[in-house]
Write a protein that binds this ligand. Structure first.
Ligand SMILES: Nc1ncnc2c1ncn2[C@@H]1O[C@H](COP(=O)(O)OP(=O)(O)OP(=O)(O)O)[C@@H](O)[C@H]1O
Ligand SMILES: [Mg+2]
Length: 678
């Protein structure tokens, strides 16, 4: 019969690690000596373990006073059982044992538990009661990206700042299935306290990386979202859409399909196309796997549609068919609308280009404003004819430039352009200047001289400042213009002339006609095509490009490096009235460019009178034009300063300025000093 011996454990601390190692060592000796296996049964619950299993023995947690049974696997080894039971009942003195071997057993078993921890796929972190990490397995390393060497012996929160093990240590309560972020990973973790003898001696966290799961679920969400959007689009488009699977079964039709085909979806969905439309295009595409575009079909119900049908091919495999159709009546209506609109657009474009068709010869005239372009368009049109042109405009607006533009745009361009300044030539000389004279016509006429009209023959004569011509000369000019022939002064023969006449003036001819200073008939003879050049103040938008143009022109004229102009300077220039128009602007720029040494022109370089307008304007704006709806209200001081400046400008003396403002001249003087106005 198998021998079993009951043993009472008398050792005070029960069977803990070191004692277990001693037992295992003894057991191994006996098993070798007696060639048998020895077992321990715990009486408390009849559980049986091999006597040489260190981990099993420790985990049995046998305490002092507990009874166990010892037995072997054969009937012939009662001596082994005797010896083993004696050992177990003893006092476990260390000296009785081979210390090296005990250390080895403990070491091997520790290693074994480390191996166990490392082979777990979940992360495992164990802390002691001070929250100091004692176990940090391989999976924990992988998930957290932190090495065990770095983690062991450190406080959990120093290593993972989001760790909540300290809470578990404090409360003794477990935390199950908590989601938490560690670096870029999302983990789900269980945290449990380790309790021994009713005391919390540590805590353990096991966790799993669910980042991939999270990514997958967010991908799933976006796919669902996308699907919903597509669904929404399909339901709301005006095109009839029908989808078939690879077997030809209709899987989907949208509401537009129901409307256009006058059919309910229940009547077609889940039916096969072979039943519904065996000879149709969808069937054809299903069989041939090639798309069909723009096919026009007349339906049985009279609807005419245009259809695009395509195979759905995924990874080279036929997966179904989709058809997109439109009612053709709608398309026809749209096509007509497009035709109508494009005809209108074409007409408007033609009109527009007619309006601004300006000959290249006018490119020398800088400006993009509507008023200028309109004038140039008229001049350009005039250049195509021989008609007389009367150019009007204030001084410096470019009348001479336009006259030249007309000449060089006309087919007289290779013939002379002769300018006569009617105001610069004394009245008594103007006639011979214009029409020439014969030898001996008057004292000093030692030889024949051709007049400007003859010099301009086949070309253009530009009668500048025509408003300054005296009335006698006006009559003579009128005759030449009417007859198209002239007689030289002192001559008798008439000379035919073919000249295009352009006249210009900055004077108010209509008023002169009324006052009798200019001949009515000559006025009408000259004013065949009037060209009105706008003053610069009416086209301030052109100032920046004109300034740029002159900077370039003048810098290259003087071989200077190109200078730049500050924004503020432009705003001053735009505020100024330019009575001398473009000529004045050109002079100002030339003056600035030659006087300033800086690379950038600033307000300080401007002549003082240009700034005045702007400053006065801003004073006026500040002083007078404060309205309720204004965003920014000036301060009282600003208004006072502006009012004072205005009064001083108007009244010149402190006394009268003070009278106007209702204060004493002393106050005016004091305030003027305060605001640096004097
Ligand atoms: N739009 C412009 N673009 C470029 N330069 C211009 C322009 N208008 C005028 N100018 C220049 O301004 C100056 C004056 O032009 P122009 O002599 O043609 O003026 P005007 O109208 O004949 O003046 P006035 O009545 O004083 O004779 C010229 O140097 C001319 O080149
Ligand atoms: Mg001129």
């Amino acid at each position: 019969m198998r021998k079993e011996i009951q043993v009472k454990i008398t050792y005070k601390k029960g069977i803990h690690t070191r004692v277990a190692a001693m037992i295992v060592q003894k057991c191994q000796d006996l098993m070798r000596k007696y060639q048998c296996k020895l077992f321990i049964k715990r009486d408390r619950d009849n559980s049986v373990i091999p006597g040489n299993s260190m981990l099993a023995l420790v985990s049995m947690k046998i305490v002092e006073g507990e009874t166990i049974h010892v037995f072997s696997d054969s009937d012939h080894t009662s001596e082994a059982v005797d010896e083993f039971s004696r050992f177990l009942g003893g006092a476990f003195l260390l000296e009785q044992c081979n210390l090296d071997e005990i250390d080895n057993i403990i070491q091997n078993n520790t290693l074994a538990s480390e191996k166990v921890f490392d082979s777990i796929v979940n992360g495992l972190i164990v802390v002691d009661h001070n929250n100091v990490i004692s176990v940090f397995n391989k999976a924990a390393e992988r998930i957290t990206g932190i090495g065990a060497k770095e983690a062991l012996g450190k406080e959990a929160n120093d290593i993972i700042d989001t760790s909540k093990l300290y809470e578990v240590l404090k409360t003794g309560r477990e935390q199950i299935a908590f989601k938490q972020k560690i670096g870029n990973s999302t983990i789900v973790t269980n945290r449990t306290p380790i309790i021994a003898d009713g005391k919390i001696i540590g805590a353990v966290a096991t966790f799993q990386d669910i980042s991939e799961l999270e990514n997958l679920s967010s991908e799933l969400r976006s796919v669902q979202d996308l699907q919903q959007r597509f669904q929404h689009i399909l339901e709301n488009v005006d095109d009839a859409i029908c989808m078939l699977d690879k077997y030809g079964t209709i899987t989907y039709v949208n509401p537009a399909y129901e409307r256009i085909m006058k059919i309910q979806q229940e009547e077609v969905v889940n039916k096969n196309i072979g039943e519904i439309s065996p000879a149709g295009i969808r069937m054809q595409v299903l069989k041939e796997k090639t798309p069909q575009f723009g096919r026009i079909i007349r339906k049985g119900n009279g609807t005419e549609i245009i259809a695009n049908v395509s195979p759905i091919i995924i990874d080279g495999e036929m997966n179904g068919v989709v058809s997109v159709s439109k009612e053709i009546t709608e398309i026809k209506r749209l096509a007509e609308k497009i035709e109508e609109l494009s005809a209108k657009t074409k007409y408007l474009q033609e009109e527009l280009s007619k309006k601004h068709e300006i000959n290249k010869s006018f490119d020398i005239i800088v400006g993009k404003s509507g008023v200028l372009l309109e004038a140039l368009a008229v001049a350009s049109k005039a250049s195509e004819t021989d008609a007389t042109v009367l150019i009007r405009g204030e001084s410096g607006t470019g009348k001479e430039l336009v006259a030249k533009g007309i000449h060089y745009a006309s087919n007289r361009k290779n013939k002379p352009f002769i300018r006569v300044n009617c105001s610069a030539i004394p009245h008594n000389l103007l006639e011979s200047e214009l029409f020439g004279y014969e030898k001996g016509a008057f004292t000093g006429a030692v030889k024949q001289k051709l007049g400007k009209f003859e010099l301009a023959d086949e070309g253009t004569i530009f009668l500048d400042e025509i408003g300054d011509m005296d009335k006698e000369m006006q009559a003579k000019l009128l005759r030449v213009l009417q007859e198209r022939e002239l007689e030289r002064v002192g001559g008798t023969k008439t000379i035919p002339i073919s000249v295009r006449v352009i006249a210009a003036t900055n004077r108010n001819l209509e008023e002169m006609v009324e006052q009798g200073a200019f001949r009515n008939d000559l006025y009408y003879r000259l004013n065949v095509i009037p060209v009105m050049l706008p003053p610069l103040r009416q086209r301030k938008g052109d100032i920046p490009i004109i300034v740029e143009h002159f900077i370039e022109k003048i810098c290259s004229k003087y071989g200077m490096q190109k200078k730049r102009i500050g924004k503020e300077v432009l705003s001053y220039m735009e505020a100024y009235g330019w009575p001398g128009n473009v000529r004045e602007l050109e002079n100002v720029i030339e003056r600035i460019l030659t006087l300033s040494r800086e690379e950038i022109i600033t307000v300080r370089d401007l002549p003082a009178y240009i700034g005045v307008d702007k400053e006065e304007k801003s004073f006026r704006e500040t002083a007078v034009a404060v309205k309720e709806e204004d965003d920014e209200i000036p301060t009282l001081e600003e208004v006072e300063k502006a009012l004072l400046a205005l009064a001083l400008k108007k009244h010149k003396s402190f006394h009268s300025a003070g009278k106007a403002l209702g204060i004493t001249h002393k106050t005016v003087a004091a305030k003027a000093r305060k605001y640096n106005l004097i």
